[in-house]
Design a protein around this ligand. Structure first.
Ligand SMILES: Cc1cc2nc3c(=O)[nH]c(=O)nc-3n(C[C@H](O)[C@H](O)[C@H](O)COP(=O)(O)OP(=O)(O)OC[C@H]3O[C@@H](n4cnc5c(N)ncnc54)[C@H](O)[C@@H]3O)c2cc1C
Length: 604
């Protein structure tokens, strides 16, 4: 329905909120109605009607199931105490409740009134189940560190991912549980055409099982149901918005940035303690250059980022520590309206983090990369991954050797130069089989390929931009390999491989210090310097001015397709995350600043 004109009349972007509100009203109404029935029958000496009549029996059943349907979903304590599966199972008692209400008063038209509601519900369920649940034969999944998973799938036929700003799907992965459906925000994959992406954070049994099953990057089947609209869809009503997120609550914002970042100013304020989520978001989504993206990193691990996006987008800031959310939101609102930079304080904090993140040399980056991989996979999983890399690397090496030999025999050098041959895969199935049998451990080539693959997986292809400088680490790698290959077999077994990884990911501790003392590239020009200079000039106005709401005088109504004016005020704040204090603060800001505030919650 969200794709129809009905969305102008009905609040379809937040149907869950509507559902919760209606549930609360009905639960109160049922108790109120029953109380007066009881009171009337009891005072008239007709209490037996409760069990003797159709009205009494259906009423008692409806009254008894109402708290089971509503309270576990309504109250925070109950939500914490009862698992989602049980709460959901109890919620389905709503069908019993609906039938009871239909039959509650035979002398009236309630059968038809309630019957149409139940009929609509069943019809909606049937249409959804039979027409909107789609099979994806291949979902590509990979672990993002120890807590998260990225899933990418080609849009199945009839799946319309773009809800212009946000939306979520239900996923069912039959190899985890054939009847479990879980909700995840969905967004178009920014680089793969006709593909969608979701990012899953470990929260309970299902998400943990998913993470555990991915002992290596995998392609597995799944079912997708949706997409459904979320409150973030209202973003398309505004030219200037601020999307605020905490933790995994960033996923609806990613959808908004992907679908609206080119036509709206989508400013982002995100607090996150998971390094992998920040790394994932920054390599997956191109945050808008015309909007501020301020990421507060509250985690412990060092970030492994590509410097490219920061060089291209000076409004992309990562800051270590917790934000004063209200202050940064007001700062962004003011900067957007006045076209002035953010405060010196904010820019300096971003600058510090920038210098810290991007002044590591190749060896230090290698260390961080390996530390991160060791957090994502267990020792035996890593051994299997490296063994697969070794087999591939050895087969490739044999191919290259065979090809070089055959080219030099078949063709004189002058001819080869004139007509370069396409590279052929020369290894026969028998030779591949032999190599597989011969190689039981990790070879030096395999170790090298394993690290390069890890680097590519982390989106760190370019040395000097956050990537590992492969030329500089080759010698170290060989040295450490030989040091641990005790019997000089040319292969490492599982424990030797574990020791190599441990050496490579910690040996540089002293080097890190040394490199810092040497300067470690610390004299590189910080990206935000220019903005800092400009900010200093307007420091007074930004830090001391009292915020008095959006400057609507400067706002000129214009069509969304026209160019944005820097003076358009921020009209909406969207929040997704589980922090009740943030929700309260934003609701208060709605009153003080007059902006529209929309909240999305994953806690159902
Ligand atoms: C609209 C929406 C969008 C979401 N988007 C994302 C996202 O992009 N990334 C992400 O990591 N998580 C997202 N979530 C949360 C995600 O659905 C849950 O973390 C996941 O279902 C947990 O399942 P579990 O069995 O591992 O944990 P459980 O311990 O069973 O559940 C933990 C909590 O997750 C919620 N939840 C559990 N099962 C479901 C379900 N079937 N449907 C809805 N909520 C459920 C409940 O609030 C529950 O208390 C979203 C939730 C909603 C409602």
């Amino acid at each position: 329905m969200y794709r129809t004109h009905l969305k102008e009349i009905l609040p379809l972007s937040d149907v869950h909120h509507l559902h919760v509100f209606a549930g609360a009203v009905v639960s109160v109404e049922v108790i109120w109605h029953s109380f007066w029935h009881f009171a009337r029958w009891a005072s008239g000496g007709d209490a037996r009607f409760l069990v003797d009549t159709q009205t009494g029996v259906t009423g008692v059943i409806a009254l008894l199931v109402t708290p089971l349907i509503c309270y576990p979903m309504m109250f925070h304590r109950a939500r914490r105490a009862i698992s989602f599966e049980y709460r959901k199972a109890m919620h389905y008692l709503a069908v019993v409740w609906g039938v009871c209400v239909m039959l509650h008063a035979p002398a009236t038209n309630v059968l038809w009134v309630m019957g149409s509601a139940v009929g609509l519900y069943v019809a909606d369920w049937a249409v959804g189940y039979f027409l909107k649940v789609r099979y994806c034969p291949t979902m590509t999944m990979i672990r993002l560190g120890p807590k998260a998973v990225e899933i990418v799938f080609e849009n199945p036929r009839g799946f319309l991912p773009n809800l212009s700003g946000g939306g979520y799907v239900y996923l069912c992965l039959p190899w985890i549980g054939s009847f479990q459906w879980h909700a995840f925000s969905v967004y178009e994959h920014p680089t793969l055409k006709n593909h969608s992406s979701v990012c899953v954070l470990k929260a309970g049994d299902w998400t943990t099982a998913l993470h555990a099953a991915l002992t290596k990057p995998s392609n597995k089947p799944g079912w997708v149901y949706g997409p459904f609209p979320s409150p973030f869809l209202t973003a398309s009503n505004h030219e200037n918005i601020i999307a605020v997120a905490s933790g995994i609550g960033i996923t609806p914002t990613l959808g908004t940035v992907v679908s609206l970042g080119g036509t709206r100013r989508v400013n982002v304020v995100w607090t996150c303690r998971d390094a992998e989520l920040i790394e994932y978001a920054l390599r997956t989504v191109a945050f808008s250059k015309e909007a501020f993206t301020v990421i507060y990193y509250t985690g412990e691990h060092e970030l492994l980022l590509d410097e490219g996006p920061f060089r291209e987008n000076h409004n992309l800031l990562v800051i270590a520590g917790r934000p004063n959310l209200e202050k940064i939101i007001l700062e962004i609102m003011r900067s957007v309206e006045t076209k002035k930079p953010l405060s010196v304080h904010t820019l300096e904090a971003a600058n510090q983090m920038y210098v810290k993140t991007f002044t590591r040399d190749g060896g230090e980056r290698l260390e961080v990369l390996l530390k991160r991989i060791r957090l994502s996979y267990s020792a035996s999983e890593l051994f299997e991954l490296a063994r697969a890399a070794s087999l591939e690397a050895e087969i490739e090496a044999r191919d290259a050797e065979a090809e070089a030999r055959s080219s030099s025999l078949d063709h004189p050098a002058s001819l080869q130069a004139a007509a370069p041959r396409p590279r052929l895969r020369t290894t026969s199935a028998t030779i591949s089989g032999l190599i597989q049998q011969c190689i039981v451990g990790i070879t030096l080539r395999g170790l090298d390929k394993f690290i390069r693959d890890a680097q590519r997986g982390a989106g760190l292809g370019r040395p000097g931009h956050g990537g590992v400088d492969v030329r500089s680490y080759g010698t170290t790698l060989k040295m450490v390999f030989e040091q641990h290959d005790a019997n000089s077999s040319g292969e490492l077994d599982e424990s030797q491989f574990a020791r190599v990884l441990s050496t490579l990911s910690s040996s540089g501790e002293a080097d890190v210090e040394a490199s810092r003392e040497r300067g470690g590239g610390g004299h590189r020009a910080p990206v935000y310097r220019r903005a800092l200079v400009r900010a200093a000039a307007s420091l007074e106005s930004i830090l001391t001015a009292k915020y008095e709401g959006p400057n609507f005088e400067n706002f000129q109504a214009r069509s969304f397709s026209s160019r944005r004016s820097p003076h358009d005020p921020v009209r909406a704040i969207l929040y997704c995350g589980g922090a009740a204090t943030v929700v309260r603060m934003l609701r208060a800001m709605r009153k003080t600043t007059g902006v529209d505030v929309q909240i999305e919650s994953f806690e159902w």
